[in-house]
Design a protein around this ligand. Sequence first.
Ligand SMILES: Nc1ncnc2c1ncn2[C@@H]1O[C@H](COP(=O)(O)OP(=O)(O)O)[C@@H](O)[C@H]1O
Ligand SMILES: [Mg+2]
Length: 239
Amino acid sequence: MQSAAAEMLRIENVSKTFTLHLRGGMYLPVVSSLTLHVNAGECVALNGPSGTGKSSILKMIFGSYLTSSGSVLVRAGADFVDVAKAGPLEVLALRSSTLGYVSQFLRVIPRVACIDVIAASAREDGCDEDEAQARARSLLARLNLPERLWGLPPATFSGGEQQRVNIARGFAAHRPVMLLDEPTASLDAVNSAAVVELIRERKAAGAAILGVFHDASVRDKVADRNVEIQPVERSEVCD
Ligand SMILES: Nc1ncnc2c1ncn2[C@@H]1O[C@H](COP(=O)(O)OP(=O)(O)O)[C@@H](O)[C@H]1O
Ligand SMILES: [Mg+2]
């Protein structure tokens, strides 16, 4: 039997309905009765066609989207925190101790150099300045970002370059639960392979990873289990 201690993330009967205020308060159900769990040291892939709510599920776990019903339990030390019921301060505490998230698109403060964006994430993880810079340099080198770009703000970088900065930022903090939203979507084969290595290392170090991987070959290399997300019956849309 699986040890309860190994379970890091448990989603129980979760549903999400958006209320579209600009459309007269229309309801848009996107996730219905989802239950899944992720243990320490494993990677679970969320699969399903575009628009089935995969990104919304990751955002509910990270606390960026409210959960309409059900529970989103994340292990923090000996206890589980229910993100569905947590207040903003609890969510922030969980993000700085437990939850890592690589979003689909990079959002950064303008004018901050890319190496500092990544080092800031390592500092938040408890590294001193030298260690933070070393983590940032190592990740940027592994992700093949040309060194001439390290001192520049990433706002003008190409899509693939920005995505690698985003991945480096996510992996610079060693979080026990990681959420990855299509981390290799705009990467070539060499850089996708570098991301596969990072994911495997983090799994070996005991992280629980929940990810969306549009590229089946990447998914096959990292995922231990797959969860198929079914489209919600659109007849449930009501106004
Ligand atoms: N903030 C939002 N407000 C309203 N609708 C949203 C919002 N975010 C996502 N949606 C809708 O929810 C559905 C699922 O989106 P998403 O979670 O991005 O799907 P996936 O990642 O599986 O492609 C889509 O129809 C999308 O338009
Ligand atoms: Mg998505």
